[in-house]
Design a protein around this ligand. Structure first.
Ligand code: HEC
Ligand code: HEC
Length: 302
């Protein structure tokens, strides 16, 4: 009697929880119940890779697609990558997801256009892709069909991507350089594989391939320019202090007190502003270690 009065409720509650946990572990949902630690790490990878923007239209339904991505070849529309089984990627396997990011290949074998920056994402490690996949599975399904890309001939030919990839794409997971510090390697990984900073900040040739001899030395975008990030003192960021970098990457504030606009504002909000202190430091260390390239980017007059 005494025992029940004092311990009856908690014991019952524990028993109920044990049954619930057991039920979950044994039930059919168990196979799909994602590991919360993996999902949390995956959410960080998702931010560091900036997956949201291109796949989320103005109405804000996360990853339901429809967002316009302008390029010199026409407009692409980010597809629905929610867990919807028909309109999204709900029926995909982790292996298919990994192949899309690493090789730029669709589950049916067709090739993706590099407006999906797999040229950078190819470097994402298997471990990060596995965590990212765990997170993707938790994105609520949205029943929105994909919008066809608005590309003119001949840029609408997917098969042409085979040739493009042979020329401008080197698939492969990021391999740390043993001659560099752990911080510089982490920075290189954050900037080049996850953050895909080079997709905007590196100049492109006429076929849309990245000019690797001018890595991060500034690029021209359909709606503006992405500045030279190398340490060149006049045309790059050679005169920036570590504090200048921190203000920009955390809040989007430039040394003269302005705020970055447009696409970089979104990068700050969704990506660099969400990085841990250590990761911000690694990004800065890497950018400051880049070879200095003189390149003043100007938008060509149209
Ligand atoms: C710069 C814009 C951009 C970013 C950033 C981006 N994507 Fe995409 N993504 C696209 C475009 C455009 C396509 C369609 C490519 C095509 O049709 O060939 C695509 C296609 C995909 C597909 C294939 C969908 C399908 O139905 O075949 C997946 C999966 C995907 N992206 C996942 C991601 C993930 C995960 C991230 C972050 C790591 C990401 N994307 C970041 C633009 C982007
Ligand atoms: C989608 C294109 C895009 C991506 C991706 C991108 N940037 Fe930017 N970035 C821009 C644009 C455009 C500007 C110029 C913004 C302005 O002047 O308002 C800019 C500005 C900057 C500046 C300020 C430079 C200056 O001289 O004022 C820094 C630093 C920077 N970006 C770093 C990064 C880093 C680091 C990444 C990767 C994590 C990144 N950017 C990814 C487009 C991009």
């Amino acid at each position: 009697m005494h025992f029940t009065a004092r311990f009856g409720w908690p014991v019952a509650a524990h028993a109920a929880r044990a049954i619930l946990l057991f039920g979950l572990a044994a039930g059919p949902a168990a196979a799909q119940a994602p590991d919360p630690a993996r999902v949390q790490r995956g959410e960080y990878v998702f931010s560091a890779a900036g997956c949201l923007g291109c796949h989320t239209d103005k109405d804000g339904t996360p990853l339901a697609g429809g967002r316009e991505i302008k390029t010199p070849f026409g407009s692409f529309y980010g597809p629905n990558i929610t867990s919807h089984p028909t309109f999204g990627i709900g029926r995909w396997t982790e292996a298919q997801f990994r192949r899309a990011l690493r090789e730029g290949v669709r589950p049916d074998g067709a090739h993706y256009f590099p407006a999906f920056p797999y040229t950078s994402f190819t470097g994402i490690t298997d471990a990060d892709i596995a965590d990212l996949w765990a997170y993707m599975r938790t994105v609520p399904p949205a029943a929105r069909p994909n919008k066809p890309h608005g590309l003119g001939f001949p840029f609408n030919i997917r098969l042409a991507m085979i040739g493009w990839k042979a020329l401008f794409f080197t698939p492969g997971e990021f391999k740390p350089d043993p001659g560099k510090s752990a911080e510089l390697n982490r920075g290189a990984y954050l900037v080049n594989a996850l953050g895909h900073c080079g997709e905007c900040h590196t100049p492109r040739n006429l076929a849309g391939g990245l000019d690797r001899s001018k890595w991060l030395a500034g690029g021209v975008l359909p709606d503006g320019t992405a500045p030279n990030l190398t340490p060149h003192p006049e045309t790059g960021l050679g005169k920036w202090s570590p504090g200048d970098f921190i203000d920009l990457l955390k809040m989007g504030m430039t040394p003269d007190g302005d705020f970055v606009g447009g696409e970089m504002a979104e990068v700050v909000k969704e990506t660099t502003g969400k990085l841990t202190e250590d990761d911000i430091k690694a990004v800065i260390a890497y950018l400051r270690s880049l070879p200095s390239v003189e390149n003043r980017v100007r938008k060509p007059k149209s």
